[in-house]
Design a protein around this ligand. Structure first.
Ligand SMILES: O=C(O)CO[C@@H](C(=O)O)[C@@H](OCCCCCc1ccc2ccccc2c1)C(=O)NCCCCCc1ccc2ccccc2c1
Ligand SMILES: [Mg+2]
Ligand SMILES: [Mg+2]
Length: 350
């Protein structure tokens, strides 16, 4: 079995993929040929790195080098990490990380180079923001919109970049896809910005503020005030600005999807994007975002998956959500015009 697919270490990797990812595991399993195993390992490497980033129990003196040097551990047989905090949901992956190392070292060199390069860049970027957060005594939030874009580039844009390089290296997509840095970045930013918008309450309750100060500081002195009684309109205007910022990546995502030729790669890329558009619409001007995680209903999700198999239908899905968001917009919302312009831009794209 050492040479076959049922290697014990690969079985453990599939276990961790399913255990650590509700949304991505299913679409990763759908990828053709060896891409599913390569992308699964790429996911596990970055989820392990993110589990270190998210862990507030690790002192910055230890966390920074762990993040910056993580890519080096991909070559160290037997490496794992036993010191995650008790609340880290994916700590088991780090505790048995040696199975990922074993399988990573069996990958073709082109895949290993791309994964190690993205891991190195992401770890360096995460470390930079972790140091700023530590230096501010935990009060730090991303300040300007460009800094928000840079953080999201590090944690999600680079994933898009890495995926494009893996798709090109597999020969299943054009060799030029790996050069599409702007469009690949936008694929990640639409997803990450949507998650940050949706997770506002959960994050702010844990003292993690990802919403840029450039947005919330126009309305309140500190972000947690947004969910306090009396600030409902301010909260909705801030939420609206976050939605405009995320939506600005929608047409790049559509452009990226039109570059794909392999059906399984298209489905893998399109499904998270249409889910993000549905989530943005569900959250838009929705006061519930200030109190809980707003999730789209199972039935809607199934409908989206069925309609995400070709660029035209995906464009229509984007257009339908853009229209719904535009219809919900209120004329006294400072972002009212920007929403109309963005909805028009998505309409024009289709
Ligand atoms: O802790 C959590 O559960 C959530 O953590 C968030 C955070 O800490 O901000 C945050 O952690 C980010 C750092 C680790 C990235 C892990 C990842 C995610 C999806 C992948 C999909 C395929 C291959 C590799 C992947 C790697 C997170 O998971 N955000 C979810 C959105 C990230 C989207 C990444 C991405 C980018 C471009 C894509 C293009 C096409 C298809 C999928 C894509 C997926
Ligand atoms: Mg995380
Ligand atoms: Mg994180």
């Amino acid at each position: 079995p050492e040479s076959g697919w049922d290697r014990p270490t690969m079985k453990r990797c599939w276990h961790y993929l399913d255990a650590t990812s509700r949304s991505f595991a299913a679409v990763i399993h759908e990828l053709d040929g060896d891409l599913s195993r390569v992308v699964a390992l790429f996911y596990l490497v970055l989820r392990a790195l993110d589990t270190i980033e998210d862990d507030m129990t690790i002192p910055i003196e230890k966390k920074a080098p762990l993040l910056e040097d993580f890519y080096k551990h991909l070559e160290e047989d037997g490496w794992n990490f036993q010191e995650s905090g008790p609340n880290e949901k994916d700590r088991a992956l780090l505790q048995e990380f040696e199975v990922v190392v074993t399988e990573f070292k069996r990958l073709d060199e082109g895949y290993r180079t791309a994964i190690a390069d993205i891991t190195k860049k992401m770890g360096a970027g995460m470390s930079r923001y972790a140091k700023m957060h530590a230096a501010s005594g935990g009060k730090f939030s991303v300040d300007t919109l460009p800094s928000f874009d840079l953080y999201c580039h590090f944690v999600a844009g680079l994933v898009g970049e890495g995926l494009s390089r893996l798709f090109s290296a597999s020969g299943k997509e054009s060799k030029h896809l790996g050069d599409q840095l702007t469009l690949s970045n936008s694929m990640g930013l639409l997803l990450q910005k949507t998650n940050i918008l949706r997770d506002f309450r959960e994050d702010v309750d844990e003292g993690r503020v990802f919403w840029p100060a450039e947005i919330w500081s126009k309305y309140v002195k500190s972000p947690e005030e947004l969910h306090q009684p009396g600030n409902e309109d301010k909260a909705m205007w801030a939420l609206s600005e976050m939605a405009v910022d995320a939506l600005s990546h929608a047409t790049d995502a559509l452009d990226y999807l039109t570059l794909l030729g392999n059906q399984s790669v298209f489905n893998f890329c399109a499904i998270p994007q249409v889910m993000a558009m549905a989530t943005l619409e569900a959250c838009f001007l929705n006061p519930a975002v200030m109190h809980r995680n707003v999730k789209i209903r199972k039935g809607e999700a199934v409908g989206l998956i069925i309609g995400a198999t070709n660029p035209r239908d995906v464009a229509y899905t984007f257009r339908d959500y853009a229209r719904k968001i535009h219809a919900k917009a209120r004329s006294n919302d400072p972002s009212f015009i920007k929403i109309a312009v963005l909805a028009g831009r998505i309409e024009q794209w289709t």
